[in-house]
Ligand binder design. Structure first.
Ligand SMILES: [Zn+2]
Length: 293
């Protein structure tokens, strides 16, 4: 864990999150069988004490993080879980006594068609506090990601490797701390009264596309002969959002945004072709009225 802050990863898009190929083994005791034979229910007390300790460590970790360190995911049923990004992992590894041993060497995988490549590295980690141990944990990043895709080739490869190392260390820390998937309620409970709010967490899968989440910031290719619609709520001119592979072109109030609950506020938006049709009809009406006069 010696990454400098300059190498901080950008927010992780969901597709960059990999399942660890981890072998997890508690190197301290203790199987249920071993615990069950301890007299006077002492085994149960051991489990309860451990649970309490891990719960305390998790809460202490959460209080050390910022909302921006977390990425929220929402299932179609509406359950929200939070994923601690690499930036947050760097704030908490000390209290778990985590030690990471990198494995020598790199795997580089190149796409012959595009020249894009991935850099992969592996490592092993242990928490001196809990005794948990994980090995063969992968870190991977890609040369076509936004933070590095426009860099000169040499700097780019260095950057991708730094990011892959941060990703590997993050994967190890998440595996050892159980902070890969935390209930949103737990973040809110820990942050209560601190001024930190889950409303400032990054939004990932389940919250719509990046463009939809950021509100109406994209406004190229607006049709020239169509006036921008006006938002009924705030009176601002709507912005034109070019079509993507996920949605048709539309107009949207710059204030229209998705909240952490995944719902849009009620500022105006209208599909571009519907608005164009409305304007066309209005123009025809106007022409007809003129002709009749
Ligand atoms: Zn508005």
């Amino acid at each position: 864990m010696n990454q400098d802050p300059e190498n901080e990863n950008p927010a992780i898009e969901p597709e960059l999150i990999h399942e660890e190929t981890a072998l997890t083994r508690p190197s301290m005791p203790v199987t249920i069988d071993e615990l069950a034979v301890i007299p006077d229910d002492k085994g149960i007390q051991v489990i309860q004490a451990r649970y309490k300790m891990i719960d305390t460590l998790r809460r202490a970790s959460i209080s050390l993080t910022s909302p921006q360190d977390w990425l929220l995911f929402k299932t179609p049923e509406g359950a929200v879980t939070a994923y601690l990004q690499d930036s947050g992992c760097k704030r908490i590894w000390q209290i778990w006594g985590i030690e990471i041993s990198p494995k020598e060497g790199w795997e580089k995988i190149t796409d012959d068609e595009t020249g894009d490549y991935a850099c992969k590295c592996y490592g092993t980690g242990v928490s001196k506090v809990t005794g948990l141990f994980v090995e063969n944990i992968e870190g991977v990043r890609y040369s076509n990601e936004n933070y590095c895709k426009d860099l000169p080739r040499l700097q780019q490869e260095v950057r991708v490797k730094q990011a892959a190392i941060a990703n590997r260390d993050g994967n190890i820390i998440r595996a050892l701390t159980g902070l890969k998937s935390v209930a949103l309620e737990m973040l809110e409970e820990v942050w209560k009264g601190t001024g930190k709010s889950s409303a400032l967490c990054n939004l990932g899968k389940g919250y719509g596309s990046r463009t939809e989440r950021k509100g109406a910031e994209v406004h190229d290719q607006a049709p020239r002969d169509v006036p921008a619609p006006i938002c009924d709520i705030c009176g601002k001119s709507m912005k034109y959002i070019a079509a993507s592979d996920r949605y048709k072109a539309f107009w949207s109030c710059p204030e229209k945004k998705k909240g952490p609950d995944g719902k849009y506020n009620n500022h105006g938006s209208v599909e571009a072709d519907k608005w164009e049709a409305t304007m066309k009809l209005a123009a025809e009406d106007k022409a007809a009225a003129k002709g009749a006069a």
